[in-house]
Structures are given as C-alpha cells and as structure tokens.
Design a protein around this ligand. Structure first.
Ligand code: UDP
Ligand code: MG
Length: 346
C-alpha cells in the first residue's frame, strides 16, 4: 500500500441497518476504488447499539477488507454519540462523516476530496431540492429552523447536513469540546472554520426506514436550541413580565367592577379565570425552559461519557495497540506570523 498517500477516514454511524449495510458497503467500496490512486482509506463503521444483525454485517465487511474498522457502542446512545465515537477513533488527516442508508450518496466523496484541496478547513454538503416524504416531519423541521434563525447566535442552515469532510485540525478542536449534547452540524458552524460547499441531491432510502420519529426529531431540536441559544431564558422573563401586566390589568378591571358595579359583573369571574390560567401557563413554561438548561447542566456536571464502547475490531485483530495518535498541530503558522515572531525575538 502506498503509505505516502493521504489517509481519509470515513465515519459511518448505523443503527438497525442490517439490510442497508452490505448494500452501502458495496457502493462505498466501488466509489473508493476509483480514488485509490490518490488516497488511502479507512472505513469506520460505528454500530449504535443495534439489536438486529447490523454488527454482524459490519464484521463480515471487516473480514474481507482490512480498511474496515468496526466499533460497537454498548447500547443505543444516539447518532451524535456514534459520530463522536467514530471521530475519536479516526486516524485520517481528512475525515468524512456520512449516513449508511445511501441518502448521502458515496459518489459525492470524490467532490468533497477535490474541494478539500482548496485552502479550507472543512467541506460541507448542501442538499438540493429535497422534500422529506413525511410532510409532518418536514413542517416540524421548517418551523424548527425558523425558530433557530430567530434565537440562535450561529446560523444553522436547514439545507446543510452532517455529511461533511473535516481536516484533522477541525476534528481535534471538535473533540476538545467537552459538550455532552452535541450537534455536529451546528458545532462546525459555531467553530467558524473556513469552509467550501458541495451541492448534492439526497436519495430516497432504498431499504429500511428512518430512525428519527417526530418525537426523536423534537428531542434533537431541543438539544440544538438549548445548546446554541440562551434566548429562551430571556424569553421566559419577557413572557413573565407580559403575563404579569395582563394579570394586573385583569385584576384591576375586576376590582373596579366589584367596587363601582360598572359593566357586567359576571365578567369578573371570567377575568380571574383567564388571568390565572395565562399566569399558570406562563409560569410552567418558564419552569420548563429553566428545567431544560438545568438538566443539561446536570448531565454535564455528572460527567458520564457520551458513549461506552463494547467492541473494537482493532483490539480484536491486534492493531489497536499499534495506533499512536499523531502529534496534531491545530493552528497553522503563516509565513507572515513567522516573520513577526522573528522580529519580536530580535
Ligand atoms: N443512526 C444512528 N443512531 C441512531 C439513529 C440513527 O447511528 O440512534 C444512523 C442511521 O443508521 C443512519 C443515520 O444515523 O445511518 C441517519 O439516520 P436516519 O436515516 O434514520 O435519519 P434520516 O436520514 O431520516 O434523518
Ligand atoms: Mg436517512
């Protein structure tokens, strides 16, 4: 094998993909074969606690291909945790993350690598003309991104995905972040690295079905919202102030009606009921918002790892010991920086 060629790691999380995995692996290997003269590849399959035969499918892919490394999480920790496990074990100087259901087409890998030659730190993919077949989820996603645009400090575009290429320094910085509730797509934008874009047309899933139900998408949306914005907290204060004012106005109106017998006195009870309901709703909502943040602080303080590994094919075939993490320089020094440093030390 040509050791001088750059090593590219392809990180693929999978959960209940026993049907898709062999199909995906075949497609991926076909695409990688056309790029082998310029790159070396490592394929990291991360089984996110599947209870079907996904792990077996991964192991048989590894048996016939030494480029394949299989990691298995102890249980279903979620896609973000599986991605993190893959990134932590990837050795390549370029790392690509992609789904195993062929919705992220492997043939785009060539374009990602081509763009990575440019002086950028990461290459993101931008979905073109894709409608989620489930209109309910599509509507939910659109609403979520609208809220995010209004509340978040970083712009997270709806058409971007976590099918992306990162150079080693981006992976290093990403893994240094101790966050428990990760949202890769948001974090790469938050870091502010220079990026290039590659458009792609997502395909329909050929087999199996999405693992993200409306409830799971809502939980992901909450993770994203509460880890990228403090505004819901201030919103609770504003909402509280408003309902307090409305409540006071209602109370004054009710008092005036009682004292001076103006208007319809039967409205008094209605005022009181409405104002107490509005007030109770606002209080509960604020407590809920506060709870979301406190819950996240609690998880962070508890410091449990984001995932636990139960299997690593490199440990099994003895290659695990040989791996030494490369010395990684995160920040590049430009010629100008070097000259400035020389001037200062002179
Ligand atoms: N996935 C995962 N853990 C999970 C859910 C999903 O590793 O808990 C993987 C899944 O196997 C697939 C990718 O994440 O490779 C995207 O999932 P899916 O296709 O279900 O999501 P969608 O494309 O519908 O957003
Ligand atoms: Mg999918």
């Amino acid at each position: 094998m040509a050791d001088h060629l750059p090593l590219v790691s392809i990180v693929c999380p999978a959960y209940h993909e026993e049907e898709m995995l062999p199909l995906f692996n075949g497609e991926l290997c076909r695409v990688l074969a056309s790029l082998e003269t310029r790159y070396r590849f490592e394929i990291l399959y991360v089984d996110d606690g599947s209870r079907d035969r996904t792990l077996d499918a991964m192991k048989s892919a590894a048996d016939s291909d030494r480029r394949v490394r299989v990691l298995a999480l102890a249980r279903n920790f979620g896609k973000e945790a599986a991605l993190q496990a893959g990134l932590e074990h990837a050795e390549g100087e370029l790392v690509i993350t992609m789904d195993t259901d062929l919705q992220h087409p492997p043939e785009v890998i060539g374009q990602l690598l081509e763009k990575a030659i440019e002086p950028v730190d990461l290459v993101i993919t931008v979905r073109q003309e894709y409608q989620n077949p489930n209109w309910f989820n599509q509507l939910g996603t659109q609403t979520f991104y609208r809220i995010m645009r209004a509340l978040s400090e970083v712009e997270i575009r709806q058409e971007t995905s976590d099918f992306l290429l990162m150079k080693r320094k981006v992976v290093t910085v990403l893994l240094q972040m101790p966050e428990k509730h990760r949202f890769l797509k948001g974090l790469v934008h938050w870091m502010g690295f220079k990026y290039a874009e590659v458009p792609f047309r997502p395909k329909e899933r050929p087999l199996g079905q999405t693992k993200f139900s409306f409830l799971r998408l809502t939980s992901l949306a909450k993770d994203c919202l509460f880890s990228f914005s403090k505004k819901p907290l201030t919103l609770a204060t504003k909402c509280g102030t408003l309902t307090l004012l409305v409540g006071l106005a209602c109370a004054l109106a009710a008092l005036a009606q009682m004292l001076f017998q103006i208007g319809d006195t039967s409205l008094t009870a209605l005022y009181l009921i409405v104002s107490s309901h509005v007030l109770a709703g606002a209080i509960l909502l604020s407590i809920g918002i506060l709870g979301e943040y406190v819950g996240r602080i609690w998880e962070q303080v508890r410091s449990r790892p984001s995932y636990l590994l139960k299997y690593d094919s490199h440990q099994v075939d003895g290659r695990g010991q040989a791996y030494q993490p490369p010395h990684i320089k995160v920040f590049e020094t430009t010629a100008e920086d070097a000259a400035r440093k020389d001037q200062q030390s002179a």
